[in-house]
Design a protein around this ligand. Structure first.
Ligand code: MEV
Length: 439
């Protein structure tokens, strides 16, 4: 989106059609792509080809988070999610992050790990040595199984052999096979490769191969993102910036010491990451499995982010997690809206997508910790809910915020009350409206 912006104060207040028009302009969507957004994208016939026993389709909201600056680039974040507040919270956090230049993200080469389990081995060390002497033969068989990935610069990146001498079924050897899958998520490629090399591995080791499958703990395919926010940017009408930072650090400390909190902390991170995964047609179960296994990699479940204060008093944050995502193959190609989402995001490689998702995870966590450390999570949530009720009662434009605020203040977020308030408002003189703080 060079020369364009993701910053749009009050984006959430626009009518849906205007939001869609603005995003279409920013992302250069064709009229056909814009229609896909309104009709859900996937035809019944396409759905029927995607999985088995299809009897219909299931629609979810497709939203866009605004305000993101990632690696100096203005980015709009497509999100498919059913949970209220997530998109607004993310846009808000992205706005705060702009005060420090936005998010800076990086990723590793897209290397996946496959596993080949070998049993019935009398001597594990001898089998491991034999494998290490045959790496080139294994590479040749592996790469012959995925010529298109090899043509794009991917392919075999080595082996690691790990003995498990004591398991419930006796000794076994696991051959980890590393494979660069380029712009694919890579599950199919890696599974194909594992199956292709299995007979050779059985021959070399003299053992019997059982499982041949990728690992979802894609710890050679990590992405990172970092952010730095000056205290002034975090100030609210009720809390000075330093106090907000202190609250965030205290929230972080709890996640560090208590897995019960770490699980919720990481769930909030995944709210953002999964929504982008879903919008772009990626396998969010694979991402979830990888993220949580990575969070527990040293034997204790920990937060995926870290927050600290630097010497200038700014809040600094970092996230690091495996992100096995693709921009080719699977639903990223088969679902027409996934193509649209990738176009809105403006990414041209799987690594870039992973970097954007890491930044989204960090921003989502910032939004949650900031809210938890200040007014609590329910206020923003209630305000959004109240806005929806106000709109359902027929409020438009500024009426929506005014009625929503009354509903929240009265702790009575009901349609009947919203209708009463709307009648009163329309029959009375107008006051200056108050605004919410999203986006
Ligand atoms: C809710 O979906 C996510 C949060 O609970 C995350 C958190 O507590 O950090 C708000």
């Amino acid at each position: 989106m060079s020369g364009r912006t993701s910053r749009y104060p009050g984006f959430y207040q626009l009518p849906l059609e205007e939001r869609a028009r603005w995003v279409a302009e920013q992302a250069g969507l064709t009229p056909e792509e814009q229609i896909l957004l309104t009709n859900g994208g996937l035809t019944l016939e396409e759905a029927d080809h995607m999985v088995e026993n299809v009897i219909g389709r299931f629609a979810l909201p497709f939203a866009v988070a605004v305000n993101f600056l990632i690696n100096g680039r203005e980015v709009l974040i497509p999100m498919v999610i059913e949970e209220p507040s997530v998109v607004a919270a993310l846009s808000h956090a992205a706005r705060l992050a702009r005060a420090g230049g936005g998010f800076f993200a990086k990723s590793e080469e897209p290397i996946m790990r496959g596993q080949i389990q070998v049993v019935d081995l009398p001597d594990l060390s001898a089998a491991a040595r034999a494998l290490e002497g045959q790496i080139e033969a294994i590479r040749a068989v592996a790469e012959a199984a995925t010529p298109s990935i090899v043509a794009r610069g991917g392919g075999f990146r080595g082996l690691e052999v790990v003995p498990f001498p004591d398991t419930p079924v006796g000794p076994m050897l696991v051959v980890y096979l590393f494979y660069d899958v380029r712009d694919a998520m890579g599950a199919n490629a890696v599974n194909t490769v594992c199956e292709a090399v299995a007979p050779l591995i059985a021959r070399i080791t003299g053992g019997r191969v059982v499982l041949r499958i990728l690992s979802n703990l894609a710890d050679r395919r990590r992405a990172w993102a970092e952010v730095q926010i000056p205290p002034e940017a975090l100030e609210t009408p009720d809390f000075p910036g330093d106090m907000v930072i202190q609250g965030i650090l205290e929230a972080q400390a709890l996640a560090e010491v208590d897995p019960y909190r770490a699980a919720t902390h990481n769930k909030g991170i995944m709210n953002g990451i999964d929504a982008v995964a879903l919008a772009t047609g990626n396998d969010w179960r694979a991402i979830e499995a990888g993220a949580h296994a990575y969070a527990a990699r040293d034997g204790r479940y920990r937060p995926l982010t870290r927050w600290w204060r630097d010497e200038k008093g700014a809040l600094c944050g970092r996230i690091e997690l495996p992100l096995a995502v693709g921009i080719v193959g699977g639903a990223t190609q088969a679902h027409p809206l996934a193509r649209v989402a990738l176009k809105i995001l403006g990414v041209s490689s799987a690594r870039e997508l992973a970097e954007m998702m890491a930044a989204v995870g960090l921003a989502q966590n910032l939004a949650a910790l900031r809210a938890l450390a200040t007014e609590g999570i329910q206020r923003g949530h209630m305000t959004l809910h109240a806005r929806q009720i106000a709109m359902a009662a027929g409020a438009t434009g500024e009426e929506t915020d005014r009625i929503a605020e009354r509903l929240v203040a009265e702790r009575n977020i009901r349609l009947a009350r919203a209708r009463e308030l709307l009648r009163e408002l329309r029959g009375s003189a107008t006051e200056e409206p108050q605004r919410g703080e999203h986006g």
